[in-house]
Ligand binder design. Sequence first.
Ligand code: AMP
Length: 395
Amino acid sequence: MKTLKDAEFQGKTVLIRVDYNVPLDEEKNVTDNLRIVSTIPTVDYILECGAKVVLCSHLGRPDGQPKPEFSLRPVAEEAARVFEEEVVFADDDEVVGEKTLAMLEQFKKSDARIMLLQNTRYRAEEEANDPEFSKQLASLADVFVMDAFGAAHRAHASTVGVADYLPTYAGLLMADEVKYLGELLEEPHRPFTVVMGGSKVSDKIQVFRNLLKKADSIIVGGAMAYTFLKAQGYNVGISKVEADKLDLANEILELAKEKGVEFYLPTDCSGSTEFSNDTPKVSYAYNEMPDDFMGLDIGPETQAKYKEVLKNSKTIVLNGPMGVFEMENYTDGTIAVLEGMALAKDAVKIVGGGDSAAAVSQFGYTDDMTHISTGGGASLKLMEGKLLPGVKVCL
Ligand code: AMP
């Protein structure tokens, strides 16, 4: 991959595709600025080389229309706070219209170093990866840097199309994501343990298939564990199950056997009679769950076992929570796994984005991890062993 170190930025204008698709509250305040903070290394590096930076991103789904509720203005304000300097916001409904072009001229003459374009999805041509829109974006700069890992699995004008018209490099965030979720998993330090959790097996089938080729152990928790247990013929009561994925679950178990991968399913489960934190919590062995039981977390015996396996691992990938960690009664399983990761002192520990990243931060394990991915869908695709379109343009 071509990275920033390969590029010449002095005196240039650099278009950086970032992923500033951040959550906003009703008053349009940014409630989590991690995605902005994560771009500091790339932006700083380029600014320090003596370049000016034009940032672009999408936000939400305005469906190709300039809908004010999807404006990047609040993001520009937050970015100015994060970078501690002026961020010129090109509030142009056409994204790259007359207004932006005029502002760019001014910007180049001014002391300001950072400019942010309006939501790229204000234009329908963005998601269509339209060459004309790609050209317009490219016309703003001399170099393109792709640092929007969270959008790298989508071939849009601002993530892929623009690279046809400008020299293109991977930003530092992209380079890190590819290093940890891609390259490192090709040659992991062993034993290599993968923790699979979350709600659905179906979302993660390809991740299972790819990592089964590389892992020594796979640990399963979350709702997906009940699909596996049911596939094995056990009663799981009213736990969440993907009834049409039982064959697939058995196929994965077979594959694990074939590859000699240790496959751990919960030996006990905690839960209740409803999807609620207010009804009493009970635990059952995997083969003793009653008809009115809903499994909402891995049980205490499983927690201890999983912690032990993790403690002795040298590479760990966490891919989904062990239970409904949003409810106070069902945080233990996820915390046990995080604790196991923390205890694996010299291991490489990678967190695969989305809910897992939220749990790591919520329970205070951020400093114990080697890499926390900023992407959801993109992290999954990389762990599936795919070459993402937004990575390909940096090769
Ligand atoms: P995912 O988006 O697939 O990573 O799934 C994360 C979600 O799975 C979280 O919101 C959890 O609350 C949920 N989850 C985990 N375990 C269970 C369970 N046993 N039953 C229902 N939902 C679960």
